[in-house]
Design a protein around this ligand. Structure first.
Ligand code: NAD
Ligand code: GLY
Length: 351
């Protein structure tokens, strides 16, 4: 078991262990007492893990209600948010009650946003069941739903009161969803953790507890330094500006993890072409992504990506902040003029 303390405006623990879900009730008591608990989950995770969580909460004296959404990004919607808020009100949850988000990033983002706005804010606990949620979305307090105009366009910063990560639950993940999470894991290595990158060479599944703990430690440090995403937290967007453009261009037929993997390969290739990053590091990045069954080549041209990328949240006026690897373990924010973006993408897409 590893426990990592996140020192944001609210401090909380991330507890990482295999087989810890049956102890969720007892672990939550110090944080919220035996209150009314609303489990939020999706239908796939519900069938696999809700009973274990519900039993654990009931055994510890919680009153339990449950809200289940269909699995998939389409459920991260304003409709689901309103339905969930109405459900909380119908079930008379009060300010001293708590939401338990059991699932991947979709469940965590939706449940966290509901917790942020219900009664102007109640507690919530994250119980991530995907690798992506374990290493990224469950920590740091970014919560959101999607709007018709784009992903994550309505949201709030609302830190969880506790994160309980039972990585045994990752055993039931389909391989492609595990791979999506690997993209985020590899991202931390390239951003600022060369030793983690080296550890990943012996396999992510083989070292799950150590890998998740290293990623959470990285994220906790970044969140502590820049909770509200005005500076160094933007480093977590490595590969994401291009990745989001690829996802959107594919009408979400290309998964987030695959798009971010392509994005990381593209920015590293561009950095090598601009003389910012040694060529050898590009080879290592590509090899690492491929070993996690992730793609490194993009089916679109610079023209097809640049328009979408210019609508990115990281754009300020005529400049856009990209995250660029200067070497594995040393990525930096790199501001370029929007006029230079196409050239940057072309460099990254060259054979
Ligand atoms: P997801 O929540 O849709 O889960 C992927 C699929 O895996 C779903 O079909 C789900 O039912 C299934 N699943 C989950 N756990 C399972 C398990 N243990 N066994 C079998 N199947 C399981 O997707 P995700 O990749 O976890 O998260 C993506 C979302 O996270 C996106 O909406 C993204 O915007 C968001 N995100 C948020 C942050 C943040 O900081 N808040 C960071 C990164 C991503
Ligand atoms: N996943 C990006 C962030 O938490 O800032």
């Amino acid at each position: 078991m590893r426990t990592i303390r996140v020192k944001a405006s609210v401090e909380y623990d991330v507890i990482i262990d295999g087989g810890i879900l049956p102890r969720a009730g007892e672990l939550s008591l110090p944080v919220c007492g035996a209150c009314s608990a609303c489990i939020v989950t999706d239908d796939t995770v519900d069938a696999l893990y809700s009973k274990t969580l519900e039993k654990s909460l009931l055994d510890s004296g919680f009153r339990v209600v449950k809200f289940v959404i269909p699995h998939g990004e389409a459920s991260k919607s304003t409709t689901s948010l309103i339905n969930l808020l109405e459900f909380l009100a119908e079930n008379k949850l009060t300010r001293s009650d708590c939401i338990f988000a059991l699932g991947g990033g979709v469940v965590g983002d939706l449940a966290g946003f509901a917790a942020a706005v219900y009664l102007r804010g109640i507690k919530f606990i994250q119980l991530p069941t995907t690798l992506l949620a374990a290493v990224d979305s469950s920590v740091g307090g970014k919560t959101a739903v999607d709007l018709v105009a784009g992903k994550n366009l309505a949201g709030a910063f609302h830190q969880p009161s506790l994160v309980i990560c039972d990585y045994k639950t990752l055993d039931t993940l389909p391989p492609e969803i595990f791979s999506d999470g690997c993209a985020e894991v590899i991202k931390y290595g390239i951003i600022n953790d060369r030793p983690l990158f080296e550890l990943l060479k012996s396999g992510i599944r083989n070292n799950l507890e150590e890998v998740i703990a290293a990623c959470v430690l990285n994220k906790s440090r970044i969140v502590a330094a820049d909770e509200f995403d005005t500076g160094m937290r933007q480093l977590l967007n490595l590969g994401h500006t291009v990745g989001h453009a690829i996802e959107a261009r594919s009408e979400f037929g290309i998964s987030h993890g695959s798009a971010v993997a392509m994005g990381m390969a593209i920015v590293t290739r561009a950095a090598v072409s601009m003389g910012l990053c040694p060529e050898n590091d590009l080879g290592e990045v590509v090899e690492m992504l491929e070993s996690a069954s992730l793609p490194t080549r993009c089916p679109y041209g610079a023209d097809e990506l640049v328009g979408t990328a210019l609508g990115d949240k990281k754009r300020f006026g005529d400049t856009i902040s990209l995250v660029v690897p200067y070497s594995i373990g040393d990525s930096r924010l790199y501001k370029i003029n929007v006029n230079e973006l196409k050239d940057f993408f072309e460099r990254g897409l060259k054979e």
